[in-house]
Design a protein around this ligand. Structure first.
Ligand SMILES: *Cc1c(COP(=O)(O)O)cnc(C)c1O
Length: 362
């Protein structure tokens, strides 16, 4: 088995996360052309598994980009009137900025960092009739908040002309997600979070309604044009040359996910997350996110003990060759984050918790 490098530092940051040696090995498959039968077979093999994970009977597209490419693409392809960006942390706040940079009319539904987006607030804004698109980050990775997706989707569905775009970058494959059942128009994720692949591949579903909307929008560009993705998907291909090695890695990870069983995978993430929560409680820390709205794939811890987080992370890196994350954006140092997603096991999470306890400043 290849190892990443001799002196590898294990990642317990919320992305990129650890990539297993067997995944790297799967990625080292010999190169193939992307306009031939071998690629078509590869896409045909992964597609039904992706549909199952997305909870959709519709297409799942593969984008050779990080998630932001599709986040920007969704705004460019779908917003004709005005977009409501639900903002509750670094990623969701930035989506508003991206909407403006795409030249779209946009408003924020802003809550304090650490608070969730509530369905009543979305309803009140949509009742104005001003919007044709809503963006929501399901699991706000910067604050550890998991927003109530099903309830928010139910509210958006009351407005037939409003499309719902959902970022599940850090929650995908760790909790059940049901695109068709919830009526989500675009659901997107990236390779380097819970799928435990290297960065560079984004995956997304697009509803019929969203494709119909895109047809009426002139400046969709080329690289992220949803209609180009649809046209190529009909041949089980991608608009431009895809990251073939990552798709071989994806095939391998999907095989692992279905060998474990989806329900068992969700249960494992829940159990590993609970181990981290127990550590938080027994070491005198508090959660940044309120009870009932906490992520299952990572934990954002309030640094109420005011430990020197950067010195702590330096110590765990040097002594134990692993790192957690010292907080993101304006809550850097005020919080720290521990990831429990991907291929992690109880043994490894226990060892990580032991290592961070060993180096925790007094
Ligand atoms: C990591 C992350 C992103 C950004 O993904 P990139 O791969 O850097 O484009 C977006 N949204 C959320 C919720 C994330 O966790």
């Amino acid at each position: 088995m290849p190892t990443p490098d001799d002196d590898h530092v294990r990642l317990y940051i919320p992305g990129p996360i650890e990539v297993s040696p067997d995944t790297y090995q799967a990625m080292s498959h010999g190169m193939i052309g992307h306009r031939g039968g071998e690629f078509v077979s590869l896409y045909e093999e992964v597609h039904p598994k992706l549909q199952q994970l997305f909870g959709t009977a519709g297409p799942v597209f593969l984008s050779t980009s990080s998630a932001w490419g599709v986040m920007e693409g969704a705004v460019r392809n779908l917003v004709a009137k005005k977009v409501l960006n639900c903002c509750c942390g670094a990623f969701s706040d930035k989506w508003y900025d991206v909407s403006l940079r795409c030249g779209k009319a946009a408003d924020q539904l802003q809550v304090e960092w650490g608070e969730p987006i509530l369905p009543e607030a979305v309803d009140a804004r949509l009742a104005t009739g001003e919007y044709d698109t809503v963006t929501l980050v399901h699991n706000e990775t910067s604050t550890g908040v998991m927003n109530p997706l099903a309830d928010i989707a139910a509210v958006v569905r009351k407005y037939p002309d409003v499309l719902l775009v959902v970022d599940t970058v850090s929650s995908f494959s760790t909790v059940p997600i049901a695109v068709d059942e919830l009526g989500i128009d675009v659901l997107l994720t990236g390779s380097q979070k819970a799928l435990a692949l290297p960065p560079g591949l984004a995956l997304f579903s697009v509803s019929e309604r969203a494709l119909a909307r895109a047809e009426a929008i002139a400046d969709r560009g080329y690289y992220f044009d949803f209609l180009e993705f649809k046209k190529n998907w009909e041949k089980m291909m991608t608009p431009s040359t895809p990251c073939i090695s990552l798709i071989y890695g994806l095939r391998h990870q999907l095989d692992k996910i279905f060998a474990e069983g989806i329900e068992a995978r969700y249960a494992r993430h829940e159990a590993l997350n609970r181990m981290v929560h127990d550590w938080v409680a027994t070491h005198g820390f508090e959660h940044f996110a309120p009870e009932g709205y906490r992520s299952k794939s990572l934990t954002c811890v309030a640094n109420n003990r005011e430990v020197d987080v950067s010195a702590w992370i330096k110590a765990m890196r040097e002594k134990h060759r692993l790192v957690i994350n010292g907080g993101y954006g304006k809550v850097k140092g005020v919080t720290f984050r521990i990831s429990n997603m991907g291929d992690e096991t109880e043994e490894r999470i226990a060892a990580m918790l032991e290592a961070i306890t060993d180096t925790l400043p007094a």
